[in-house]
Design a protein around this ligand. Structure first.
Ligand SMILES: *Cc1c(COP(=O)(O)O)cnc(C)c1O
Length: 381
């Protein structure tokens, strides 16, 4: 007898709230159920009485939250008889698409910007045997190509314009509510295409509504896929706060950005696909958008790694960079409960990590004396 049931992925866990039936063959790698870690040291460092939790989505099977959406999108693609999927990607979507396609036994085509995706993500797409198409262009151009080609070839798009993606991703909000016993006061996320901030809002709205279906306008964007079926009811919903990199911040400019640039390649997106929905999320939740510099993003990535032992990729740290600034300024008041989504794992982008690390790598002779000296000289670090 097992002590508790084997965890079999988020569709199985939330099947009554997702568009599947008993006969649906689930394509899962055990995604979801990620840790919600309370920060211990950073709140003390900034001297603010705020409960900050990070939802460590880097611990999904392919190392990012994209797995939540991909398990749903590929499950539905297979159910509908599709033999191939396609996506444009800044890296993590392609890694997830490649892995779930391998699991399902279908083909993945991934379109990525030449030279602008992190090493780890490229390795994943290649290792899972996706067909990698590098374009001499950015994500936004790749996205347009995917939309165009899907009209001429038998492939299912698995970018977040595929409504099943957001359905899978909304489960992160369910998990947070079930662990905290309520929704947080603020939920902070990095924003690229703005699918994830929208998905979280759908999740919070479904959970907070007594009656269920389509309680808000943003929720209506689930394209009829809501199947809220009761369960725990929580009264509150968070203010949704979306942070962008300042070289890639269309929500701050109020218009699309044609040449987005940032060290946080996962959010190097100038033409967000969920533009209208994300504005609705901001309004309905009474949240806001803001932007962070690359320096702030990297500093937050380093702070999490050095002070909390949590390694996330640069884009992910944008949520914490922005939240810490808003906590320090009092825009997020003391006494608040804040959740920041850490969207992807730090190992995705080892180049950036090594480049900005201040950790000494000391080369010494292989003798007791020199190793002992190296220890004595660095004890105070
Ligand atoms: C995809 C991604 C984002 C952006 O999410 P959107 O839904 O496009 O806003 C942020 N961080 C990481 C690590 C990602 O992979």
């Amino acid at each position: 007898m097992p002590f508790r049931p084997r965890y079999t992925g988020l569709i199985d866990r939330y099947r009554d709230r997702l568009p599947v039936n008993d006969d649906t063959r689930l394509i899962s790698l055990g995604e979801g159920n990620t840790p919600l870690l309370k920060l211990n040291n950073i709140p003390k460092l900034i001297g603010k009485d705020v409960d900050i939790y990070v939802k460590y989505e880097g611990l999904n099977p392919t190392g990012s939250f994209k797995d939540r959406g991909m398990t749903m999108a590929v499950t539905k693609a297979v159910e509908e008889g599709s033999k191939a999927i396609i996506c444009a990607s800044t890296g993590n979507t392609s890694a997830a698409a490649a892995a779930y396609a391998a699991r399902a036994g279908i083909t993945a085509f991934v379109i990525i910007p030449d030279g602008k995706i992190a090493q780890g993500k490229l390795a994943q797409a290649m290792m899972h045997n996706a067909v990698v198409i590098q374009i001499k262009g950015n994500f936004d151009e790749g996205m347009q190509l995917v939309k165009d080609v899907a009209e001429h070839a038998p492939v299912t798009i698995v970018n977040s314009i595929n409504p099943y993606r957001l359905q899978g991703q909304k489960t992160a909000a369910f998990e947070i509510i079930e662990e905290l016993g309520r929704a947080p006061d603020y939920h902070c996320l990095p924003v690229g295409n703005a699918g994830n901030i929208t998905a979280h809002w759908i999740g919070y709205c479904e959970y907070s509504s007594a009656s269920g279906d389509h309680v808000t306008e943003a929720c209506a964007y689930c394209h009829g896929n809501c199947k809220y079926a009761g369960g725990a009811i929580v009264g509150n919903r968070p203010k949704m706060v979306g942070y962008q990199a300042n070289g890639s911040a269309p929500f701050m400019r109020g218009a699309m950005v044609d040449d987005p640039e940032t060290v946080a390649t996962a959010i190097r997106i100038g033409h967000p696909q969920s533009w209208d929905m994300a504005w609705k999320v901001k309004e309905e939740s009474q949240g806001w958008f803001d932007e962070c510099s690359d320096e702030e993003i990297l500093a937050a990535q380093k702070l999490l790694a050095e002070k909390e032992g949590i390694f996330c990729e640069p884009a992910s740290a944008t949520s914490v960079a922005g939240a810490l600034r808003d906590i320090q300024s009092g825009k997020i008041p003391e006494g608040s409960t804040v959740v920041c989504t850490l969207t992807g794992h730090g190992l995705k982008d080892p180049d950036i990590a090594i480049k900005q690390s201040s950790s000494p790598v000391i080369t010494v002779d292989a003798t007791l004396d020199s190793v002992r000296d190296a220890i004595i000289n660095n004890l105070a670090r």
